[in-house]
Write a protein that binds this ligand. Structure first.
Ligand code: FES
Length: 149
């Protein structure tokens, strides 16, 4: 027999769990000035000089919750919005690179994302992370607020 308390608990779990919700809010749109990164500066050279390297550049501004840069190839850098693509308006909906360095994760609800394309790989998120356009000119990388996903 289901008690009243069990029913209340069941309804709470259904309402408040981070399950896929296909009518989810979109990530807010923000405009920001170009972010210019000199890849030869010590801050960046250690993290981004090899393919597969990454760095959280949120301290430079930009994005809704900041940006993670990922080096996909010698000439291609991906700039990921850190606002989680699932329930992005939640206070905690912010992704970071996992301690393993192998994927990105929203520690709040545990959605994980592929570093090389931003696609969700686990948890409730069903949309990829937003990406902003990047342009490489010699050693200077520019991140713009143009959305490319
Ligand atoms: S806020 Fe729940 S998965 Fe990101």
């Amino acid at each position: 027999m289901i008690t009243r308390l069990s029913k209340v608990l069941l309804v709470s779990v259904i309402l408040f769990s981070c399950e896929p919700n296909l009518v989810d809010d979109p990530i807010p749109i923000v405009n920001f000035d170009d972010i210019v990164v000199n890849l030869s500066f010590p801050d960046f050279i250690n993290k981004l000089n090899t393919v597969g390297g990454y760095k959280d550049v949120s301290n430079l501004g930009g994005g809704v919750r900041g940006i993670i840069l990922y080096r996909l190839s010698a000439t291609i850098f991906l700039a990921y919005e850190k606002n989680c693509s699932y329930t992005p308006n939640e206070a905690c909906a912010t992704v970071e690179v996992d301690g393993s360095g192998l994927f990105m994760i929203d520690p709040c609800c545990k959605s994980s994302f592929n570093l090389s394309n931003g696609l969700p790989t686990g948890g409730p998120a069903w949309r990829p992370l937003r990406q902003y356009r990047t342009q490489l000119n010699g050693n200077v990388l520019t991140i713009t607020d143009e959305i490319i996903d």
